[in-house]
Design a protein around this ligand. Structure first.
Ligand code: RP5
Length: 161
């Protein structure tokens, strides 16, 4: 089946974080593609990727970047697909730079921004699944089952010493 979600990141160094999004998509059986696409190192590739994403069948894009993290916003500027931005933790400012770069989009071109780092990447995968699930009952059922499992785990292991 062709990919429904595009997972892109600015550098191979982002993979350690962004693989969390892919793990969720794997778990929920959602076809995706993953690729390094850099806003400042491969700007032409970024433009082409974003401009052709919808016609290639993608429904959601997850874009992760760190530092001056312009990738999610630039991609959002070239597509009307929903773009989820993942702020990757940076060495200098612990990802606060990435977060502010991604979340502070001017009105008119939204990027759905999640938390810094691994938790954000996990939630990006889940959010993409939930967006797809709004139009696909099977996907939504798998998201619901995952939630139910987590709830049950807390109920089963909630005793304190
Ligand atoms: C950004 O610069 C990437 O998204 C990455 O988070 C950061 C550092 O990149 P590398 O120097 O590790 O390639 O473009």
């Amino acid at each position: 089946m062709s990919s429904l979600v595009g997972v892109i990141m600015g550098s191979t160094s982002d993979w350690e974080t962004m693989k969390k999004a892919c793990e969720v998509l794997d778990e929920l059986g959602i076809p995706y593609e993953k690729k390094v696409v850099s806003a400042h190192r491969t700007p032409d590739l970024m433009f082409e990727y974003a401009a052709t994403a919808a016609s290639r069948g993608l429904k959601v894009i997850i874009a992760g970047a760190g530092g001056a993290a312009h990738l999610p916003g630039m991609v959002a500027a070239k597509t009307v697909l929903p773009v989820i931005g993942v702020p990757v933790k940076s060495a200098s400012l612990n990802g606060l730079d990435s977060l502010l770069s991604i979340v502070q989009m001017p009105g008119g071109v939204p990027v759905a921004t999640v938390a810094i780092g691994a938790a954000g990447a996990t939630n990006a995968g889940l959010l993409a699944a939930q967006i797809l699930g709004a139009f696909d009952h099977d996907v939504q059922a798998r998201v619901t089952a995952r939630r139910d499992r987590i709830t049950q785990e807390v109920l089963d292991n909630g005793e304190l010493p």
